[in-house]
Design a protein around this ligand. Structure first.
Ligand code: ACO
Length: 383
């Protein structure tokens, strides 16, 4: 993309920009550029496979917990007995959260909380597993505290006997969740934990590469994830299903939406050319949930129709169900409101972000790419 035109009309006419002499390739958005080595997550888009440290996502969801998966990402060791409880929220963070307007978006509140938390901690270089555990345990409590404060309710202290996800639901509602509900959200946390060098993870690695600290890297990652191109929008899936209205309208609605040039939410992916393995895992979870959203049956009908019509319209480009489609059902099924979906995704991704921070620091090289200069050539300032 060309640079912004020179805003100063009095400026001397520009000489042509200096050509790039070395012929290096330029890839907008760094697409296709290898910018790191990782042993954390493998995203195999062509074959629809996702693995954390070599273990298939479906197996991790079926047999693991978020605590075990986070421990695997941080240490490389699979320990199904891992336990992680929600952390305490320092008073400085609570004061900051109390000062926020009630209309603050949960992602903004979470980013603020992480930033204030970082100011209360000693986070020496290099970032460590201890820092990773602390921030991953802290953030769910902070988000729950914000949600209660905006409802004029007092925050609830964490219960160390509960695991992180049950503790989050407990701190939101004041009630211990039933095991099946907690299990469904835990599965969502597992599939959201890690996904290669996506924008927020890259942001975390860039920040770490300057020898900054874990809280700064996670705050930056939340900022990157907040954008609608990344944070995904499972809430838009819900809205779309509501717009379809009833199963008998599904086919007509899908065809008309595509004719208007709209995108079907929960379908297609930049990397996956096959059914998103996270969607497969979450669909199984949704089917086992005690309370399913009332629109689930309709969603399954919409999915069948959408896959058929998308294949018809794009025979050469596989457009399959992505993770957002069933994430929406899990998040709503466990009782979260749609405005909490992006911040809940951010909570889940803490394990991956912090594992990447540790990995980056362990073989650090300042990340500092070049830009191709396309501005004016050398010239004198106007007299
Ligand atoms: N519905 C209808 N058509 C689609 C869809 C969709 N969901 N996704 C892609 N297409 C079509 C495009 O219109 C385009 O058609 P054309 O070649 O005739 O113009 C073609 O497929 C390729 O589209 P691209 O934008 O190049 O595909 P890309 O791989 O870059 O897009 C994206 C990926 C942004 C996820 C896209 O599929 C999309 O917008 N999906 C809907 C939103 C969504 O579900 N987002 C969540 C993604 S998962 C996540 O973020 C964790």
């Amino acid at each position: 993309m060309p640079a912004t035109p020179d805003p100063d009309p009095a400026a001397q006419p520009a000489a042509p920009a200096a050509p790039v002499a070395d012929g290096r390739p330029y890839s907008p958005g760094l697409e296709g550029v290898l910018a790191a080595e990782t042993s954390l997550g493998l995203v195999d888009g062509a074959n629809g496979r996702l693995m954390y440290r070599g273990y298939r996502i479906g197996d991790l969801v079926a047999n693991g917990t978020y605590a075990a998966v986070a421990n695997l990402l941080w240490t490389g060791t699979w320990d199904p007995r891992s336990h992680m409880a929600a952390g305490r929220v320092p008073s400085a963070v609570l004061s900051a959260l109390r000062a926020l307007p009630r209309t603050t978006k949960p992602m903004d509140a979470l980013r603020t909380a992480v930033s204030v938390w970082g100011a209360t901690q000693v986070l020496d270089w290099p970032p460590s597993e201890v820092h990773a555990r602390a921030i991953t345990a802290f953030s769910p409590s902070a988000l729950a505290a914000f949600v209660r404060l905006r409802q004029d309710l007092e925050p609830i202290d964490p219960d160390p006997r509960l695991d992180l996800v049950s503790g989050f639901l407990f701190q939101l509602t004041g009630e211990r969740p039933d095991p099946a509900t907690a299990r469904a959200l835990d599965a969502y946390f597992i599939v959201g934990a890690e996904h290669g060098l996506n924008a927020s993870t890259f942001a975390a690695r860039v920040i770490t590469s300057t020898r900054s600290d874990m809280a700064s890297a996670v705050a930056g990652a939340i900022g990157a994830m907040k954008g609608p191109l990344h944070g995904g929008a499972p809430s838009e899936v819900v809205e779309q299903i509501h717009r379809v209205g009833s199963p008998e309208h599904a086919e007509q609605w899908v065809r008309e939406a595509l004719a208007r040039g709209e995108r079907l939410m929960g379908f297609g992916h930049r990397v996956y050319r096959a059914y998103d393995p996270r969607a497969t895992a979450l669909r199984t979870v949704v089917e086992a949930m005690p309370t399913k959203p009332d629109w689930l049956e309709l969603a399954i009908k919409v999915e069948d129709v959408a896959l058929r019509v998308l294949e018809e319209k794009h025979p050469d480009r596989p457009l399959k169900t992505n993770v957002e489609f069933y994430a929406a059902a899990v998040l709503q099924g466990v009782g979260l409101t749609p405005d909490l979906f992006p911040a809940t995704f951010a909570l889940a991704r803490h394990a991956g972000w912090t594992a990447h921070v540790i990995e980056q620091a362990s073989a650090n090289r300042l990340i500092r790419p070049d830009a191709r200069y396309v501005g004016p050539g050398e010239r004198d300032l106007p007299a």
